[in-house]
Each structure stands twice: as structure tokens, then as C-alpha cells.
Design a binder for this molecule. Sequence first.
Ligand SMILES: [Zn+2]
Length: 373
Amino acid sequence: MAVSEIRSILVGLELLDDAEPDVFDDALETAVRAFQQDRGLGVDGMVGDETWGALDAARWRLGSRALYHSVPDALVGEDVRALQERLLEMGYDAGRPDAVYGARTARAVAQFQREVGLVQDGSCGPQTMKALRRLGRKVVGGRPQWLREAEAFRQSGPNLVGKTIVIDPGHGGGDDTGVVVPDGQRRWNEADLVFDLASRLEGRLSAAGMRVHLTRGPSPSTPMSGAERAALANTLGADLLISLHLDGHSSTAAEGVATYHYGTGNGLSSTVGERLAALVQREIVVRTGMHDCRTHAKTWDLLRLTRMPTVRVDLGYLTSPVDRVRLIDPMSREQIVEALLAAVQRMYFPVERDVPTGSIDVRQLRMALADKG
Ligand SMILES: [Zn+2]
């Protein structure tokens, strides 16, 4: 990725005034930050793999090329996302607006074509584009995809037994240890601690009757990207995915827990993911007393490319003396796992029988649900 390329994309997005000079100056960094902010990416002003992927996709404006379902390498770009969002606004089931032109997008396009009397080839060429332009802005504001996701979730029933959950311990593999903090003779690292949390949670969820998969072992040989983790969960047909991370900051004063779900700045948000994020966040905050850094909508690969409600939770700052004491203590980790378990239980627990946060006794709940048959 050349600096000139990055500059010209940002100029095209009207985030940067000049394609010159061909250097990574302050103006470019500011533009990159604005882009990252807009796309819900981590804002660091640097162009890493994820930011580059988003920039590369942003070259394409809807209508600048024909779109079709290409196999095996799907077309990816902002134009695909714009098309998906337009289809969703009109009530077609295009799946998540993930910017990937897959089979589901092609089906939604074919359905649209049938209804407006065009040849149903599932491709978006000049004729289809024209029809979309004509009709595309009629219906705005509904979020049918998320309503469908919520309905599918509701229909899957209130029982944990037989549901598949993927637990994703962050990092691991090669040099990717996540946040590392030296402490006397020891060096605490994020990858090992979240793996321990994931294993504990695996045990508890299995005992509750769920099928549980971890995305990685304790020390995988190579690092895994967010997209690879998402693909694994999709292949497993998971009902839920919870990704576990810790945070780090140059200031030791930074502390607390934060949870992330899929959502864009312009109001498209996974309602089920948002609900799971809210449950995870409040169970942990209430049960542990950790500082509440709230829930946030992001478009990270792991959240965007998964086909099931997905959350990522950052379970405190390893760099904070307050949080670290908790994270390195197995009893406190057990308390965090208990909170995560309660949040998952609550997802499937009928709303009308909801009980105050922090007070769920998981065994009682399981018996109550078993009673219901
Ligand atoms: Zn992490």
C-alpha cells in the first residue's frame, strides 16, 4: 500500500484536500483518523491491515462497476455495502450489510429484479442500478435485517440445551500475546488470561447443555485474524459468539470493562447483538464492581462478518493495578465467568420472567427452564 494510493482514496472520500505530497504527514494522519472514526475502526491514525482493507473497499462507489456473485472470490467494497443497505431499507433480506457480494445478496437482488420486472440474474448491472436509483429511497428507517435476526433468535426458543456458542479467546499464536505487563518475576499477558477465562466459561456453558467451541487452543502456532475467527463460527453454525479480550493503556489510571457489538454510525445495528452486549456489560459491572466503560457499536471484522449475534468484551485493563489484581486472581476470574454465564442465560430467558441483574441463580434458572419443557 503506497502513501499516494491512501491519499487518493481519502481525497475521493473528501476526507483529505490534496493528494500531494507523497508522504505520511499530519494532514494524512488526521484524515486516516476521521476515516477510522467514521467506519467504527480503532482510531490510531495508522494504516494497519484492517484500516487498509476498509480503505481498499472504500474506492468503490455504487454504480461505478457492475456487481455480481463471483465465486470463489466474492466482490467486496463500499458499493456492495451501499447496495445491501439499500436492499435492506426496501425490505429485502440481503443479510448483514457486510460489504461482501455473496449468495444471499444475489438472492435479494434477484427478488428485487422479479418484483420490478427485470431479468432475474442476481447481478447488479446498469438496468438494475437504474431501478434501484428510482425506487431505492422510498422506504427508509426500517431495519428489517435486524428484525429478522431478532425473530430467528426468538424462534430458536428459550432453552440453552443444544445451542451452539463459540467462545473466542483473543490473540494467541506466534508473537500475538495481546497486552503484556511485567509484574516482578512474572509477565502477565492477555492471550493466556483470556484463554483461561474462555476455558472456565466453556466448562460452565457445557454443563448448562450448550455445545461450546473455542476458536483456538492455549498456544496456537500462528495468529488468527478476526475474519478467520468469524469464518470458523459461521462454519460451525453458531447461535452466539463471545470474544474475550483485555485492554491496555499507557496510563495506569485507565480501568474498567467495555462491550462491543456490530453497528455502524448511521444507525444500522444488530439488535440482538446490542442486547447481548448490554446484558454482558451489566452483569459484569453489577457482579464485579468494575468500572463501567459501557457498550459501543463497531464494524470490526469479527463483529461484521459473523452471521450470529456477536459481542466482544474487554474485561478490564491489564495495565491498571486495580483491574490487574482482579484479573490475576482465579476467584475473581470465576466471578467474571459467572457473570458471562448469567448474561447468556438471560439472552434465552423469557423477558417477562426477567429477574434483577446480579441475582440470577443459574441452577434455579436451568430447573425453571427444564420445567417449562
Ligand atoms: Zn485484545
